[in-house]
Every structure is written in structure tokens, then in C-alpha cells.
Design a protein around this ligand. Structure first.
Ligand code: UN1
Length: 511
């Protein structure tokens, strides 16, 4: 995509060359003279796409205040009516899917099919949240006291702070925001500074819907630095929930800050996801699942496959095939439909990839294919396959790049132990036609991850399930199932419709 096409795309989505980084709904806060600017860069060319002035802490305060004001009214709107507003947001995303998908591809470099898929994921989230808005159900219990009734109900929580990473610059916000909105919570979004345009375009489009519905302050956007705006957000007692996606280092810091004020956190942090392939597996399926899991999005998903554990009886010919597949993967402009591997997000990511390759060599790993950056422009690297030992230190780290560590096993117990021995616990998979192996993998002593798949790779989860993982992944669950409960407060209600006042546990207190 050339500069003019990029400019046309941006203006169709309502983004000018220079734009404000602090928004209350469709209203941009006045830019502060001399404020720092953030530049969005196309990772395919390394060229700047647009600049935006950054939010400061005083502007964040205004955005939080507006969210509080919106909360006072939004929480009183019946949940299914809130769902109707979210339905219209889904319609807005549908109408702009193509342009938004292209913007995702332009700004973060995932293939167009994946860029469009990401916006589809947000549309799906809106649809799901509309249904949820009629199903925010609580349980009822039998009271031990005569003529009493007990039940629990779920109430709106308050404004939610949503911190997102560059790699899903549209969908991860939607996982949170669509559910938070039907739950009755306004949202304040702090997007990655590596993907501010997608955030701004998404925010502006959906804020128009909120404004038309009479709720101009429902959505806020703060394009700010971690060091000031991020810090202020996580310490702000007016935000009862902070949902953060990103690195373990960031998540640990957010968790401690929010815990200190006894707020709530929803964390979706790193993964180090393995696929186990046993001797009975359909190897054609496995090959495709592994290729997409390890190389899709150039390995920049938290769910990307990073470790491959092959049964020794099938390992060698399978590795040979995998090397051929890796060497045939088309690398290049992600806007070009024939390419499967786009760029990494920036030069830092390329440097981290190269550093990991050095570590692999130093720790005795054998790079079977890949291991090099591709000459510029853009931040491209070769998809990389490594023969490794399960206990090499680098294998236990998450490198956000297309590097896959291959190891072989003879006992399924060992493969499962290796799956679980890393600090992260997001996603996992086994390819098998053995019922026993599949069930063993899914048993309480099987995979310890939040996601455990059979004959499907580790990435590309559907939104209907709860998404998240254990250990250093942070323990949060987002998107489907009963994840909505994280965005609401539980209230237990006991009602006495009798003429006496019996106390629980048989206690007497007669006055
Ligand atoms: C992420 O990388 O942060 O399961 C999210 C998947 C996508 C979401 C990934 N639905 O791969």
C-alpha cells in the first residue's frame, strides 16, 4: 500500500494527519502545546503513517470523570437495552470491516486475512454480548429461615480501564469493552503506542453509536505513556477493574499496583504454548495446525505455538517435511493475499528475535531453517525451526517471533510434564487419534493451561469460550462463557417476607 492509499484509508476512517490522543467519546480534548507525540509506523515499510499528540495525566483525569458521569446513568439502563447499543456497535463494525481490517494490517503487519479476521472477532464479540445482556443471571438459594428468600444478583461495577497490546489492536479491546458495556460499565482504553491508529479509528466509530444513544462519555481513549498515564490509571481508585494484556513484566506491575488499592485485575499475559504430536496422529492435520500456530501473525500471538513435542517414531520424517513447509512460506507485504508471513512489529522485535537466535546457538540448539532477519525495508524475519532440548533456558522464555522449538519424546508422561514445566500457562494442544492419550492430556494431571485443544493448534480460539491462562499468564478470563462476571459485582440478597425475625445459625438476641 502506498502513502496515498494509506492516507485515503485513514481519512475514510476519520483520522487526520495529526490528531489528539485523548478522547471522551467523539470529543477530542484540546491538544496540549508541546505535548509529546506518538508516531504510528507501518512495519512493512518502516515508514511513518501518522502522528498523534499524547494524553497527559490531567486529560486522563477528565476522561475518568466523564466515565464516572456516564456510569451514573448507564448503570440504570436495563441490560438488554444496553445490549441494543452494543448491537448497533457491531453493525458499525460490520459496515467498516474492510477498512478497519486493512488498517490493522497496515499498522501491525498481520496478513489481510488475519486483519479482517480480527475485526470479525470484534463483531462476534458484539453479537455474543448482545445475547449475554439478557442472561446476566444469578442463582437463588434456599434460606434456612422460614419465610425468607435468598438470591444473588449481578450489578454494574464501574468504569473499566482496558490496556491492550499491539498484536490484537482491535479484538482484545472488544473482548473487554463489549462485555463491560452490557454489564453496565463505561470503558477507558489505553492502547499500545505501537497501534494507536487502529484504536483511534475504532474508538471514534463506536463512540458515534454511544453518542447517538445519548451516552457521549461511555467510551474514553487515552493514547499515553505507561510511565505517566498508565501509572495514573492503575492507581486510580475510580477504576474498580483494570484489564491488561501484554508482557508478564507489565502484568506483574499492574497486579501489584491494583492489589495495593484492593482493586480488581484481569490479566492476559505471556504464553509459551506447546503442541504434542503422538504416534497415532493425523500428520496432515498436525502439519497445518503447527504451521498456522507457529508462523501465523509471524509468531506474535500470545497463543502462538512455540514448542513442538514429537513422538520419536514419527519425528524425523515429520521434521523434514516441516523444514520444507517453513522454507516455502511466502514472506512479504501482508496486504498481498499470496503472502503468509508479514513483518514483526518493529526493529526492537527483530533485535529480540536475533538475540534469541544467538541464545539458541549458545545453549546448544540447532537451527534447522531460518535464524536470520530479511533485508529491509520493513521488519521481516525468517520463520525459524530449532532442534532443542526441553530444558534449555531459552525454551522456557516467550520470544514474540516465529521461532519453534522441536523436541522428541518416547513417553507421553514426559511430553505432558514438559508442556507444564514452563512458567506460562496459556494454551496447549495434542494431535492424536488415541482416545486414551486425548483424555490423559485433558485429565486433572494433564495440561495445566487455560486452553487445551485436541487436533487443533494452540492459537485461533473462538470467542464463545473463556479465554486466558494460568501461572504467569495471569489467571484472567475474557470473552465468552461466564467471563462477564469479572465486569460485575455480585450481590447476595436475603429477603424476609414473614412476621418474625429469626437469626441465622440459631442465634438468639431478644430485646
Ligand atoms: C492474543 O494474542 O493476545 O486465540 C490474543 C487466538 C486469538 C486471540 C489471541 N483469538 O489466537
Amino acid at each position: 500500500m502506498n502513502a496515498t492509499q494509506a492516507q485515503e484509508l485513514l481519512s475514510r476512517l476519520g483520522i487526520d494527519a495529526v490528531n489528539a490522543g485523548a478522547w471522551i467519546g467523539t470529543r477530542a480534548l484540546p491538544m496540549i502545546a508541546g505535548a509529546a507525540e506518538v508516531e504510528s509506523v507501518d512495519p512493512t515499510t518502516g515508514r511513518a503513517l501518522a502522528r498523534m499528540s499524547m494524553t497527559d495525566v490531567a486529560q486522563l483525569d477528565q476522561v475518568v470523570q466523564a466515565a464516572q458521569d456516564a456510569f451514573a446513568r448507564w448503570r440504570t439502563v436495563p441490560a438488554p437495552k444496553r445490549g441494543e447499543v452494543v448491537r448497533l456497535m457491531g453493525e458499525k463494525l460490520r459496515a467498516h470491516k474492510d477498512d478497519l481490517g486493512r488498517l490493522v494490517t497496515l499498522e501491525v503487519g498481520k496478513t489481510l486475512s488475519e486483519g479482517l479476521g480480527e475485526v470479525q472477532e470484534s463483531i462476534d464479540m458484539a453479537d455474543l454480548a448482545v445475547g449475554m445482556s439478557r442472561q446476566l443471571f444469578g442463582l437463588s438459594m434456599h434460606s434456612e429461615r422460614a419465610s425468607h428468600r435468598m438470591y444473588e444478583q449481578w450489578q454494574p461495577l464501574g468504569p473499566v480501564g482496558i490496556i491492550t497490546a499491539f498484536n490484537f489492536p482491535n479484538a482484545v479491546w472488544a473482548w473487554n469493552a463489549m462485555v463491560a458495556l452490557i454489564a453496565g460499565d463505561p470503558c477507558i482504553w489505553k492502547p499500545s503506542l505501537k497501534a494507536p491508529l487502529t484504536a483511534l479509528a475504532t474508538h471514534k466509530l463506536l463512540s458515534e453509536v454511544a453518542e447517538d444513544a445519548g451516552f457521549p462519555g461511555l467510551l474514553g481513549l487515552v493514547v499515553g505513556a505507561d510511565a505517566d498515564v498508565g501509572e495514573a490509571m492503575i492507581h486510580d481508585g475510580r477504576l474498580p477493574l483494570i484489564s491488561a494484556t501484554g508482557s508478564v513484566r507489565m502484568g506483574r506491575h499492574v497486579n501489584q499496583a491494583v492489589a495495593a488499592r484492593l482493586g480488581r485485575c484481569l490479566l492476559e499475559l505471556g504464553g509459551n504454548n506447546a503442541i504434542i504430536v503422538d504416534e497415532s496422529a493425523d500428520l496432515e492435520l498436525a502439519l497445518r495446525g503447527i504451521a498456522f500456530g507457529a508462523c501465523g501473525t509471524a509468531g506474535q500471538r500470545c497463543t502462538s505455538t512455540r514448542r513442538l513435542m514429537l513422538h520419536e517414531s514419527i519425528a524425523e520424517p515429520f521434521i523434514e517435511r516441516l523444514v520444507k513447509v517453513y522454507q516455502g512460506l511466502p514472506i512479504g507485504d501482508p496486504m498481498d493475499g499470496s503472502k503468509l508471513i508479514g513483518p514483526l512489529i518493529d526493529q526492537l522485535a527483530v533485535d529480540q528475535y536475533l538475540h534469541a537466535c544467538d541464545q539458541i546457538r549458545a545453549q546448544g540448539g540447532e537451527i534447522l531453517t531460518g535464524g536470520k532477519a530479511v533485508a529491509g525495508p520493513g521488519f521481516f524475519v525468517e520463520p525459524t525451526l530449532v532442534r532443542a532440548r526441553h530444558d534449555m533456558p531459552i525454551v522456557h522464555e516467550e520470544t514474540f517471533a516465529p521461532i519453534l522449538y522441536v523436541m522428541t519424546w518416547s513417553r507421553l508422561e514426559d511430553a505432558i510434564a514438559w508442556n507444564n514445566e514452563v512458567p506460562q500457562g496459556l494454551s496447549s494442544a495434542i494431535f492424536t487419534d488415541s482416545f486414551r492419550h486425548s483424555e490423559r492430556f485433558l485429565s486433572p494431571s494433564g495440561s495445566d493451561c487455560g486452553i487445551a485443544n485436541v487436533n487443533i493448534g494452540t492459537s485461533g480460539a473462538e470467542i464463545g469460550g473463556a479465554f486466558g491462562g494460568e501461572k504467569e499468564t495471569g489467571g484472567g478470563r475474557e470473552a465468552g462463557s461466564d467471563s462477564w462476571k469479572a465486569y460485575m459485582r455480585r450481590q447476595t440478597c436475603t429477603l424476609n417476607w414473614g412476621t418474625d425475625l429469626p437469626l441465622a445459625q440459631g442465634v438468639t438476641f431478644d430485646v
